[in-house]
Write a protein that binds this ligand. Structure first.
Ligand code: ATP
Ligand code: MG
Length: 355
């Protein structure tokens, strides 16, 4: 008997263009897993984009643009199954079922929910106006659990910011199985504790599409230099303890925005270039100007083939639409089987009209 191939699933919201955090937190792993010949499902989480909607946005257009970038990075819709979340309505059906067993206290511990509450400055009770957070945002971990569980994923490669949401999906699946006394849902593995989290160019803890602090994979040389030059480096270098030049040791000892530059250098430049600049920092030389121009050069070298592949005549909106149709057809039977078995486990029974 041949062993079942490991199943991988991960998604990205169509909230802007892909940035270095997305690449090193997620896409890089997608490419490694795809190269290992595993069953990889990668989707554009267009319903998740709606959790922060304020006005109409052309998500369909952003989705096509993002998928051209995915392909330009090396994702291959013949090897990986790449689809739009909204083209797999069984996911929302599963989310509804899972929502019946997700209690509010559990959802209120979600990091996105807590961060949004903190940003809005409203207390847990939400004051006289009541809690302004949407039902959709509070429930987004349930939708994410449905995304993961519907394809029976073994592994969910995500950045550190999404680690807790994967843990919530595992909790929900275990709760479902124990409550309905069947091994209906497949339990995925937890995300490694050392998952990547890239800081923003503004020195904040996370680079994000919706934060206006990102370095993009499609940014041209002029924009790259402009963004990097604008990074705050006013403070003089402080001491760095220890002899080690390991990025994970030295970067946390730097001011956050300087650390963001060094982190990007460690990801794009050869090790000796990174270590040379750590030496300059230790000796407190005047070097921020050359650090920025050197980093910009390495970023441009990294971006150049992606930009070229993004503009390839084989990578157009039409080719993307074509593979979206094909791949939605590939994932649908798998998804329907999961939903049907959950309906059965809960007692409402399988659909009478779906074959
Ligand atoms: P938004 O700000 O709209 O939420 P985002 O940049 O956070 O956008 P997502 O679509 O939410 O991107 O996440 C896509 C993937 O990229 C997830 O796996 C997430 O963990 C990862 N990711 C996003 N930002 C970072 C980051 N700064 N460092 C590491 N991984 C990241
Ligand atoms: Mg995000």
């Amino acid at each position: 008997m041949t062993k079942k191939s490991e199943v991988i699933l991960s998604g990205i919201r169509p909230t802007g263009r892909l940035h270095y955090g997305n690449y090193f937190g997620a896409v890089k792993q997608f490419l490694d897993l795809q190269a290992r010949g595993l069953t990889c499902y990668y989707f554009v989480a267009d319903y998740h984009a709606l959790t922060t909607i304020k006005e109409r946005v052309d998500y369909a257009q952003i989705t096509l643009d993002m998928l051209r970038t995915y392909v330009a990075c090396g994702l291959d819709p013949k090897k990986s199954i790449i689809y739009r979340q909204s083209d797999l309505p069984a996911t929302t059906e599963l989310a509804l079922l899972l929502g019946m067993i997700a209690n509010i206290g559990f959802l209120e511990r979600g990091t996105t929910y807590k961060d949004t509450i903190a940003k809005l400055g409203v207390g847990e009770a939400g004051g006289a106006e009541g809690n302004p957070i949407s039902y959709g945002l509070l429930g987004s971990p349930v939708l994410m659990a449905a995304d993961i569980l519907i394809v029976r994923a073994d592994k969910v490669p995500v950045g550190d910011d999404q680690r807790q949401h994967v843990e919530m999906a595992i909790d929900l699946a275990q709760k479902f199985n124990s409550r309905f006394q069947r091994e209906v849902l497949h339990i995925p593995a937890a995300v490694a504790r050392d998952a990547v989290r890239l800081p923003g160019l503004d020195g904040s803890a996370k680079m994000g599409k919706s934060e206006n602090n990102d370095l993009g994979l499609l940014d041209d040389p002029k924009l790259v230099l402009q963004k990097i030059k604008a990074v705050q480096t006013a403070t003089d270098p402080g001491p760095i303890e220890g002899e080690s030049n390991d990025p994970d040791r030295v970067i946390p000892q730097m001011p956050p925005s300087v650390g963001a530059l060094y982190r990007l250098l460690s990801l794009t430049a050869p090790k000796d270039v990174f270590e040379d600049f750590v030496g300059k920092y230790r000796r407190k030389e005047k070097f921020y100007g050359t650090l920025k121009t050197t980093l910009a050069e390495h970023v441009n070298t990294f971006n150049a083939p992606i930009i070229a592949a993004y503009h390839s005549p084989h990578n157009t909106e039409a080719t993307v639409k074509e593979f979206l149709v094909e791949n939605a057809k590939r994932v649908t039977p798998v998804a329907l089987e999961t939903v049907e078995s959950c309906r059965e486990a809960m007692g409402i029974g399988r659909s009478l009209y779906r074959a």
